[in-house]
Write a protein that binds this ligand. Sequence first.
Ligand code: AHR
Length: 491
Amino acid sequence: MNQLLINTKVTKGHIRKEIQGHFSEHLGRCIYGGLYVGENSEIPNENGMRKDVVQALRDVQLPVLRWPGGCFADEYHWKDGVGPKETRKKMVNTHWGGVTEDNSFGTHEFFELCRQIGCETYITGNVGSGTVQEMNEWVEYMTFDGISPMADWRKQHGHEAPWTVDFFGVGNEPWGCGGNMTAEYYANEYRRYQTYIRQYRKDAKIKKIAAGPNADDYKWTETLMKNAGKMMDGLSLHYYTVPHDWKHKGSALGFTREDYYETLKKTLFMEELLSRHGAIMDQYDPEKKVGLIVDEWGTWFDVEEGTNPGFLYQQNTMRDAMVAALNLNIFNKHCDRVHMANIAQLVNVLQALILTEGPDMILTPTYFVFKLFKDHQENELLDSHLLAPDFTEGKFTLPSIQESCSIAPDGTVHVTLVNPSLDEIQDLDIQTQGLSPRHVVGRMVTGNMDDHNTFDQPDAVEDQPFVSFTVKPDGLAVSLPPCSVVHLAIK
Ligand code: AHR
């Protein structure tokens, strides 16, 4: 029998809400059409933001939003996106489809979106094609509360009070689309740029994030930590789950069992990445003050046929739900070092939580996983030990169960469990040491590996009650269906 021992009296770190963060880029229909439709749209909106989408995001307690990119950030000139919309300068979005960007969604609109969602703000500045002055002035524009050229300009544009910038990223992927720099060169650039991110708001310090490695580039981490580790609050990490290879990524729908297991196996590589990058960071920052910020992660499949290849639109199935849950559990387990993570991307792009088509909106299986995990936010990670053998399918060996457990301030224990097998039910005996359960509520997301929601059938996959458990004096016995994610709230 599989066993999970939860020591409810021993905590192992704080699970920051930002671990369940998100990313929205000027890419395809993420911003335009997905989040923002403009004040004059017939689609119900508040100050241009879609009401249906904002409500759905509030419902999952979206904690922090990264913007404006991605690769777009290193070509974005923020001054083009403020002031009267009719006179805003247009630009070509060279990375993403070569479409014309009219800059109607800019700084003011981003803060308005975050205000409506009720989330923190994570801005990425332009190092690749921008200047130190441009970045310095953006920070002044957003956060200075006195008389200054940029603060005055903000006020002229209708926003009297400064905003709160919670996180500021100094460039994006400088090893690639952000300027093709070497680690040594970028480390110097980081040191210079970050100097001019002034802390105007003594009540709201901006946390500075350096652009970190591409997947397993451990040398990059070493160089950045060695040369600039003392000047940063976080170092980013980007890792996408691509089932095959970057040329032939594989289809988001109509995939095989082998593709399913290969995808899960690839996504579990996140565990090794966090351990190894974390170990390097430990050498320079043993107190773990610098967070590892996984600000791009998720599945990346071939774009849906018939859609603009530069828009990265893909459907989202139960396989994506499993990827989301496996990663969120991994992040919880590494919460001492992982201070934030941002799935890519929020709406209509890559592993999206939400898909839209004109006025219609559907929630994806990934959305429902975030809904199951939201109760971990701001909890303490609990000491837990799982005894469950791995299982093998073809050439892939995977854990038969994966978990993470936390305790909320009110004493409720939250457990999230994943059963990746497509065939096997997993019975699990959970012992809650130090807690005799009186009340247990379960919810789950489950289905066939390629189940997904469509605009014709929007409710094929949803979260639903989970009742396959019996409560015992020292814990509970649960039975996890194949291909499922389960959340238990135990009091
Ligand atoms: O999320 C899509 C792109 O992937 C981002 O713009 C970039 O940072 C990464 O390569």
